[in-house]
Design a protein around this ligand. Structure first.
Ligand code: BG6
Length: 509
């Protein structure tokens, strides 16, 4: 299908390759590096978005030679590549890989790393620009950052130095603040890139384009016309082999202050004055800041938590969460959370935002549903207004990417009867996106020094400020955990949360 006139400048103005730099990965033995970072670097290389002078330096504890490291990363690439691999591109990329072995808390590791970077610069393989990627467990984020600072590697002298920090960014408000303070004592805000991989998803970025590049939606995008908003991130996966981590974390910490709040803030934000990092992040931050804080009572009544029991997900048996490896047999950790939030500002006063996310649900589905208010007057006699189809705008983030608008149309025939119909846009009908890991744009943007899709200190802390009273309420009153069968729509209590307002969730199908 053709794209309409005035289409995509993206294809016409192909982005340029990033500046020469070294890409230093701490924690190359982990899954993130193998499954996502190396395939993403390959995809960038294949798109010619990596600079000619580019080097990857892996840092980890295991004793490996450069050759062994290249081989290990080469096999990871073959295993996890998102598309067919060109040997020429892969060989060129892997030729620039080298390895530094050492403990993250040993000064000598950073001396060796410094020497390696100097050597690469001398050989003219890079220009002194350096991106440090913390693909490590979170408990060493500050250790690595502090050592980088001590070794002088964070200093920007005639070259940039940037730090990418993975999630989880803290486990509560206090720890997130501490982490921010420590990182900011070594790197400046403009050097820190806090990743939320949801912002690497095309369809998430498209929320802004849909709202602000069209004159059509924005005039309706507020309390006068919108009844409520539903944000769903439903997963079919169970905790799998992450039981130990997940049991300490739970669905609330794992998904809400980061991924769900990114979706919420993009949906609720005011139009930024321009598409520039600080303008966008300021507006997103304000939307999160405006979420009404819950007290203990409200946190217990307006937030539902659930845990899955044994069941069947898409035809496959799934054991109960409590039976998963690494999970406490009496665990009270939630694998599902749903909540009703209100946003205290002029645009959204009185419009509930319902959020839900969970593991082992009926289908994998991430979507944002905007439910518009009903037509105010029942003009069509045979169709009482209560029976009209709802006006819904559904932004489908994954896996079936697109958007649809549901409205009423006349059913053919002599009498006036109405029926619900849908206009549907599917991404794949219009654009051929190369398969990607979702990390390509984020890595490229960081190399280009564009932090628009990364979270700023204030955004992180506002998110935790909203979640903290819920964590406190659950700690104070360890009650209210509900159950749902794996493969279902989630706990009944989540449906009741909406039913109290006379609403229902869009089914996860
Ligand atoms: C991660 C969470 O951040 O996001 C996982 O830690 C979750 O628990 C994942 O499964 C979901 O990401 P996606 O891209 O599959 O929706």
């Amino acid at each position: 299908m053709d794209v309409a006139a005035g289409e995509s400048t993206a294809r016409q103005d192909k982005p340029r390759a990033a500046d020469p730099c070294a890409f230093v990965i701490f924690g190359v033995a982990g899954d993130l590096t193998k499954r996502l970072l190396v395939p993403a670097l390959y995809n960038l290389a294949a798109e010619r978005l990596l600079p000619e002078r580019f080097a990857v330096v892996g840092v980890a504890r295991a004793e490996l030679s450069d050759r062994q490291f290249r081989e290990a990363m080469g096999s990871a690439l073959h295993e996890f590549a998102t598309d067919k691999i060109s040997t020429e591109v892969a060989d060129r990329l892997l030729a620039g890989f080298s390895y530094v072995c050492g403990d993250f808390d040993d000064d000598a590791t950073y001396r060796r790393l410094g020497d390696r970077l100097t050597e690469l610069k001398r050989k003219s393989a890079i220009e002194g620009n350096c991106l440090f990627y913390l693909a490590t467990p979170p408990n060493v984020f500050t250790t690595v950052a502090a050592h980088l600072g001590k070794a002088g590697l964070a200093r920007e002298e005639h070259a940039w130095r940037r730090l990418i920090v993975e999630k989880p960014f803290g486990t509560d408000l206090v720890s997130a603040r501490e982490l921010n303070t420590e990182l900011l004592s070594i790197f400046s805000e403009h050097q820190i890139y806090r990743i939320d991989h949801y912002l690497g998803k095309e369809t998430v970025q498209n929320i802004m384009v849909l709202r602000f590049a069209n004159g059509l939606f924005e005039p309706l995008w507020h309390r006068d016309h919108i009844d409520h908003v539903q944000i769903t991130v439903a997963e079919t996966v169970s905790v799998e082999n992450r039981g130990k981590f997940y049991d300490r974390t739970g669905a609330l910490r794992d998904m809400v202050p980061n991924h769900l709040f990114q979706l919420l803030s993009l949906t609720a934000m005011e139009p930024p004055i321009c598409f520039e990092a600080n303008a966008v992040r300021t507006e997103k931050g304000k939307a999160i800041e405006a979420i009404h804080r819950l007290n203990v009572q409200k946190a217990l009544s307006q937030v539902v938590r659930g845990q899955y029991t044994a069941g069947c997900v898409e035809g496959k048996r799934v054991g109960a969460y409590r039976d998963a490896e690494g999970v406490d047999r009496n665990s009270m950790t939630e694998t599902f959370v749903a909540m009703r939030l209100m946003i205290d500002n002029w645009r959204w006063a009185g419009v509930p935002f319902y959020l839900r996310t969970g593991k082992a649900l009926a289908r994998r589905k991430t979507e944002i549903v905007i439910k518009f208010k009903q037509a105010p007057y029942a003009m069509f006699r045979d169709t009482p207004v209560e029976r009209l189809a709802q006006n819904l705008l559904v932004l489908r983030i994954q896996p079936d990417e697109g958007a649809s608008l549901q409205f009423n149309a006349k059913v053919p025939g002599p009498s006036i009867r109405t029926g619900g119909v849908q206009m549907d846009f599917q991404y794949k009908d219009y654009f051929d996106a190369a398969p990607s890991t979702g990390y390509e744009t984020l890595i490229y943007d960081c190399m280009m020094g564009d932090p628009t899709l990364f979270r700023r200190t204030d955004e992180i802390e506002s998110g935790w400020r909203v979640v903290q009273p819920i964590l406190d309420a659950w700690r104070e009153r360890n009650e209210g955990l509900t159950w749902y069968e794996a493969g279902s729509q989630g706990p009944r209590a989540a449906a009741e949360l909406l039913a109290r307002d006379g609403h229902e969730w869009r089914p996860i199908v």
